[in-house]
Design a binder for this molecule. Structure first.
Ligand code: GDP
Length: 480
């Protein structure tokens, strides 16, 4: 990530690298600023985050996102350290990520790197050439001088720091950019820090969620699947996420929705007693005493071991300011049955974010309460065994990965599943299925009787004759 004072050349340097290392798409149309791009240098990928100004960076930091692995501080060598250089330095120090100093505009006759380095030293940034540890390099976005060396330095640091990404973990990352596209709707650039994303996946942040409709690389070419570290453009979120938010993958829309509800504290009426037990406070307003009694009766019948439905007040009459104030202080949900909400109460409720639900039919009210409380039940991981594969041949073994050729002897095997390795009766260890092939071609699944190739990753080495038990774990919400 490039940081530094305005006009010191961040954009120019990024542009220079992009122009010299990324083949522009033929269409050459105006592409929306997507905030990130990727180059390949010496067969290694480098992702550049091109955020306009470091405002975005501090936002990301304040949201706890670790977005970049390396910071590159750009300083105009003819100007030296400026106010925003100092700000950038404090950001970098807080982010605790490795730093490279790029002294830009070295083509200018008045460029004075030595002076800039001395000024940096005053900010406790000691570069190598004056006895410090921080690498620095003279560059010019105008002539391209030093840019190749800068890229090499980036790769060298990446190698020394041994940055790793894990494809097998559930996908998560950071929102780099987002905007509303007139035709496609909310469009976001995401940087994946771990895991992989596919079209159809459900992702969500603390403010929005959605199902991925389109997945594209930074040049807007469609993708089926992405790798960690890749910047990707995603269409399908229901709204624009905030820049700097973390996102993650969810098992289903409902899980993403629930995450939102809990995070945004849209549900102050849910009080958590423990992991297993929660209370929902209710204020009941009805048209007559008879309705009140009937409703209280059916609410009591809803099983309440996990979610306790506590009626704080039950009264005849329209929903008024007192009810709203009580709901606010007592953190309750207001249920109105065949009653109106008076206008002032409505305004206060909106302002104070107090939820009022209105009903005409008892059955609807009870169902809504039941559904509502169900949303706050913890979800449990449910294991589903899919099948068994007998390992017949091991083709390749590297670090924690192997290519295993085998035959499905029971059920079926799919992509993206978990694996338990059995030797005889004994469970030897666990791993993940990273890729699946049939006849040397990528396949979605293989069924009983078929032979397949499995790219396996795990803590235990598979041996010929082992049985791989294939299973998935889905998070399922309990029912009331
Ligand atoms: P940013 O605000 O840090 O993104 O800076 P810009 O990339 O917009 O650059 C500010 C100005 O400096 C522009 O007019 C660039 O043309 C100029 N500039 C950037 N890099 C160089 C360089 O290496 N040499 C010279 N001579 N000018 C540069």
């Amino acid at each position: 990530m490039f940081l530094g004072h305005i006009d010191h050349g961040k954009t120019s340097l990024l542009d220079y690298i992009r122009k010299t290392h990324v083949t522009e798409k033929e269409s050459g149309g105006i592409t929306q600023h997507i905030g990130a791009y990727q180059i390949e240098h010496q067969k290694k990928k480098i992702t550049f985050i091109d955020t306009p100004g470091h405002e975005a960076f501090s936002q990301m930091r304040s949201r706890g996102a670790k977005i970049a692995d390396i910071a590159i501080l750009i300083i105009d060598a003819s100007e030296g350290v400026k106010e925003q250089t100092k700000e950038a330095i404090s950001h970098i120090k807080l982010a605790r990520i490795p730093l490279i100093v790029a002294l830009n505009k070295i083509d200018k006759p008045e460029a004075d790197s030595a002076k800039a380095k001395r000024e940096l030293a005053k900010e406790e940034i000691l570069v190598e050439s004056i006895g410090g540890k921080i690498p620095s390099i003279e560059v010019s976005a105008k002539t391209g001088k030093g840019v190749e060396e800068l890229l090499e330095l980036i790769l060298l640091i990446a190698e020394m720091e041994d940055f790793k990404t894990d494809r097998t973990m559930p996908a998560e990352g950071v929102v780099i950019e987002s905007y509303l596209d007139n035709l496609r709707g909310p469009t976001a650039t995401l940087l994946l820090t771990q895991g992989t994303l596919r079209v159809g996946d459900i992702i969500g942040t603390d403010s929005v969620f959605g199902k991925i409709k389109n997945l594209e690389n930074f040049q807007n070419s469609p993708l089926q699947i992405t790798s960690p570290g890749d910047p990707v453009v995603v269409v399908g979120l229901e709204d624009c996420p905030r820049v700097g938010e973390n996102f993650k993958i969810f098992s289903d829309i409902e899980a993403a929705q629930n995450h939102l509800i809990l995070i945004e504290k849209k549900a102050p009426e849910v009080l958590e007693i423990s992991q297993e037990q929660k209370i929902i406070n209710l204020i009941l307003k009805t048209d007559c005493l008879g309705s009140a009694e009937a409703i209280e009766g059916v609410i009591k019948k809803i099983p309440q071991e996990k979610i306790i439905l506590r009626i704080l007040k039950s009264e005849v009459g329209s929903v008024n300011e007192t009810d709203v104030k009580m709901a606010k202080s007592g953190r309750a949900l207001i249920l109105g049955f065949r009653v109106v909400i008076n206008p002032v109460a409505k305004i206060i409720a909106e302002r104070e974010k107090v939820k009022i639900l209105q009903f005409q039919v008892i059955y609807d009210l009870v169902e809504e309460v039941r559904k509502y409380s169900q949303r706050f039940l913890e979800s449990k991981a449910e294991r589903i065994d899919l099948g068994k594969v007998k390992a017949l041949m091991i083709f390749l073994t590297e670090k924690n990965r192997q290519i295993v050729g085998g035959k499905v002897i029971e059920g079926e095997v799919k992509k993206g599943v978990s694996i338990e390795v059995f030797r005889g009766e004994e469970l030897m260890g666990k791993g993940r299925l990273i890729n699946l092939q049939k006849n040397k071609k990528d396949a979605e699944k293989a069924s009983k009787g078929e032979e397949c190739g499995i790219l396996y990753e795990g803590d235990i080495k598979v041996e010929e004759g082992d049985i791989l038990l294939i299973y998935t774990e889905e998070r399922k919400r309990e029912e009331i």
